[in-house]
Design a protein around this ligand. Structure first.
Ligand code: ADP
Ligand code: ZN
Ligand code: ZN
Length: 806
């Protein structure tokens, strides 16, 4: 037999299937979807087996040398999906497949085979039985050495769920295991044994008696010893007599395991909710693919709709993927899903350790969890019978992966939805213009939830003109209005949330005499000031320097930090309202594991009056006692040179406004701005999505941006400036030649960050409507520069549908 293998060589010329002969001794071990080790030139590499065939047009094929995985790690659906990703994002097939696996599996760990609850030991050859019963389990490498008969026996066991494979991560990622006792005899046999040994071994008899009375089929060894007041020796005696069987049971590193979740049940839906959920349920029942866009104001009950749709899916024996943005994967959100679906829920997010993520992934793989709640990469959850895919806050830019493969989770969701014939649901209070336009065209089905549940009012929002404040002599970060409100809430014992959008507002060092700004020596970007350590740091390359006491240019002492960081706001709050307790949430205070949750919990427990933070507090939070939301600088990202900056501003202000007054108490929002007349601020004040949509669509049309045009971004980088400029010019020329006259090629121009990590960066932007030859042309360009990319460190990056072109 011949196997088609995608090898791990990140280069254009090798981005295809290579045929390898399967040697007889591995014949039963090689399957579609497993990884193998193959010779490639002088090297040995791993690769994915994606096809099996009888013959090959190539002669003198090399042999597969080894088999990495005992059972498939990607199935045929995902194999096809990988091809689609490679084709549509212009990435390598290998990296498409790699991105579907949890990090733990990307490294070469020892694979061990273990028993499961369903193991029927007698079915396996004797030496396999022995190894399975040992503490370490059976090593896959050993099985391979035993020969094909054994390999087949183990693989059948794996397929039937009788056995389980674990990728053993050395060091800290190790599996947690505990010893369990299983009863291998009938009650009658146990009773006879007990009566026989009662005089000689009363402790052993007591253990058997306990098992007979409690009718346990399985119990932790430790618990058994404690409950019967016996000893390890007594239990061992019974194992020796083959009355009991002891195995290792794996404990999942479940980050939520010590938590009790109170079960919740479906709420009776409002009529708007019913109208929305009905067509979705219909598709679930008839196994029809359709993409829905739920445009529902904050607090309109979208999440309740998701929960009830998933409930139906589970009821029909199918599975569900629920994507949420990383930052709104808050404990509250997880709690809502765990409370409704209990242990059926696996959670995947970046806060988990490599081992924890792997465990959650395995629960899915083994069909022990049928709902996954997770960030972007959870879209690849290896389910086999998907019944629904939901993307909450579909407008979030984090659904696009900003490294290869540059896929958007929404596109993957729709691909998988088509395959599984199930609905895909996109939800947001502020959908992207792209999605809303598609819904208007009828490509997606639009559902609108225009009212909050129980008709709670949308919070009243007020805009404060900070220029006026300055004119009237207020130099503080807080307007008169916001400060008054904060005091008022403190007096009433209610809570406030303060948002400082840090993007475009980081703190930098600036000389007031000569205007010098401290810059990273490797990247053309200002260094960010970190007060805690008095250091300056580059957020792109990690470069660090001490804070200078004098200006390096003019030696002036008037060098100080500028801009408004959360630390600075916190200090000012402490000075102005010393009686108020403040919790600050930003990258600095939440970098340690578990801190995010800890801070939110203490805010929920009303241990503070004010929650101050960056974007990470804008979403998903739901605190009954919050009645005021303040936005310190609404325009901080409005003036970034990015065509989506108005849309992002509108989204952020609308989202953060939605945090107030979600319960009995009504809420207020205060938005501070230096450009209060801007339409995205004005319209966010009135929660007026439709007017914003129409206005912004006109602007996009006028300037030829999405959703009227598609974009592709080509970035060229290298250490030598002239080399970069030269190649970028040639690329632009080539594109202009090959594309139709409708396509617009902009550039070459220097990238918005013209130098990063000592490499110069130039870019071209393509705006196009319909260019069937675009991907082909881009591929030709990549092939053309392939050698230079391998040899001289040239990088040609392609981003189809970039989130930002700055
Ligand atoms: P969204 O996801 O649109 O922000 P949620 O689903 O979180 O909205 O609902 C907002 C609040 O209303 C939540 O506290 C939720 O429990 C409650 N809620 C949702 N649907 C109903 C309903 N049908 N009846 C009563 N309360 C509801
Ligand atoms: Zn100076
Ligand atoms: Zn740098």
């Amino acid at each position: 037999m011949i196997a088609g293998v995608i090898v791990d060589v990140p280069a254009i010329g090798t981005d295809r299937t290579f045929d390898y002969r399967i040697p007889d001794d591995l014949a039963s071990a090689v399957q579609i979807g497993i990884r193998v080790v193959v010779p490639f030139g002088p090297r040995k590499l791993t690769g994915f087996v994606i096809s099996l065939k009888e013959s090959s047009e190539h002669k003198r094929l090399k042999k597969i040398e080894d088999v990495v995985d005992p059972s498939p790690v990607i199935n045929e659906e995902l194999i096809d999906l990988g091809k689609w990703i490679a084709d549509n994002t212009l990435c390598f097939l290998h990296s498409a497949y790699q991105s579907m696996l949890p990090a733990a599996m990307k490294m070469n760990y020892t694979k061990r085979i273990h028993m499961t609850e369903r193991t029927d030991l007698d079915r396996f050859p004797e030496n396999i039985q022995e190894a399975l019963q040992s503490d370490k389990g059976l090593s896959w490498d050993e099985v391979l050495k035993m020969g094909s008969e054994y390999v087949r026996s183990v693989q059948t066991g794996l397929n039937e769920g009788q056995l389980d494979v674990q990728y053993e991560i050395r060091s800290k990622g190790n599996k947690k295991k505990q010893k369990v006792i299983k009863i291998s005899k009938t009650p009658k046999e146990l009773a006879e044994a007990r009566d026989e040994i009662i005089k000689r071994a009363p402790k052993q008899a007591a253990v058997l008696n306990f098992l007979l009375e409690s009718k346990h089929q399985e119990i932790l060894t430790q618990t058994l010893i404690e409950r019967t007041n016996s000893s390890r020796a007594a239990v061992k005696g019974l194992i020796y007599k083959q009355l009991l069987l002891e195995t290792d049971k794996e404990l999942y590193r479940d980050p939520y395991q010590d938590r009790e979740f109170e079960k919740t049940i479906s709420l009776p839906l409002t009529s708007e909710q019913k109208q929305t959920i009905e067509p979705i349920l219909e598709d679930i029942h008839t196994e029809t693919h359709e993409t829905f866009l739920i445009h529902g104001v904050t607090g309109s009950g979208k999440t309740e709709i998701y929960l009830q749709a998933i409930e139906q899916v589970l009821h029909l024996g199918r599975e569900a993927i629920m994507l949420v943005p990383e930052i709104s994967l808050t404990p509250q959100m997880v709690h809502r899903f765990k409370s409704r679906f209990g242990s059926e829920v696996a959670v995947l997010h970046s806060g988990l350790s490599v081992g924890e993520k792997y465990d959650e992934w395995r629960k899915i793989h083994r069909n022990e969890a049928r709902v996954v709640v997770g960030a972007r990469s959870a879209i690849f959850a290896p389910f086999k019978k998907l019944g629904i895919i939901i993307i909450d806050e579909e407008h979030e830019s984090s659904y696009k992966q900003e490294e290869n493969p540059r896929y958007h989770a929404r596109d993957i969701a729709i691909q998988r939805g088509k395959f599984h014939k199930c609905p895909v649901v996109l939800g947001s209070a502020t959908p992207t213009l792209e999605s809303y336009a598609r819904a208007q065209k009828g490509v997606y089905t639009l559902c609108t939830l225009s009212e909050r549940v129980n008709n709670r009012d949308m919070p009243k929002a007020e805009i404060v003109d900070m220029r006026e404040e300055l004119r009237s002599g207020n130099r503080s970060l807080f307007s008169e209005t916001l400060f008054e409100r904060l005091k008022d809430r403190k007096e009433k014992g209610q809570q406030s949330v303060l948002l400082l959008n840090r993007r475009g507002y980081s703190t930098f060092i600036n000389c007031r005499d000569c205007g010098y700004v401290a810059q990273c020596p490797h990247c053309d970007i200002s260094l960010t000031f970190h007060k805690r350590y008095s250091t300056l740091k580059c957020h792109y390359c990690g470069y660090e320097a001490q804070q200078p006491s004098n200006c390096p240019e003019c030696n002036s002492e008037h060098i100080r930090f500028f801009g408004t960081g959360t630390q600075k706001v916190e200090e000012e709050l402490n000075r102005l309202m010393p009686e108020a307790k403040v919790i600050r949430m930003d990258v600095d205070t939440t970098s340690r594991k578990g801190m995010h949750e800890k801070l939110l919990n203490s805010f929920a427990e009303k241990k503070a009056d004010i929650l101050l933070g960056t974007q990470m507090i804008a979403k998903g939070l739901d605190f009954p006692n919050v009645t005021l939301v303040g936005v310190l600088a609404a325009d901080s990202m409005l003036h970034l040179p990015d065509f989506r900056s108005s849309e992002r501003t509108f989204q952020l202000l609308t989202q953060v406004g939605g945090r107030a007054g979600r319960h009995e108490l009504s809420g207020e929002v205060v938005i501070q701005s230096y450009t209060p007349e801007h339409y995205s601020i004005q319209l966010a004040q009135h929660h007026d999505f439709l007017t914003f949509y129409n206005k912004e669509m006109q602007i996009r049309k006028l300037h030829q941006y999405p959703p009227f045009y598609f974009l592709a971004l080509i970035t060229i980088s290298h250490e030598e400036l002239m080399y970069v400029v030269d190649i970028c010019e040639k690329v632009a020329g080539r594109l202009k030649e090959s594309l139709s006259s409708q396509a617009i090629v902009l550039g070459p121009v220097a990238s918005p960050i013209p130098r990063m990590k000592d490499r110069y960066r130039y870019q071209c932007v393509i705006k196009y409507k319909n260019e069937p030859k675009l991907k082909e042309t881009l591929n030709e360009i990549l092939v053309h520069y392939q050698k230079r990319m391998q040899r001289d460190g040239l990088v040609v990056g392609v981003d189809m549908h970039p989130q930002t072109i700055m």
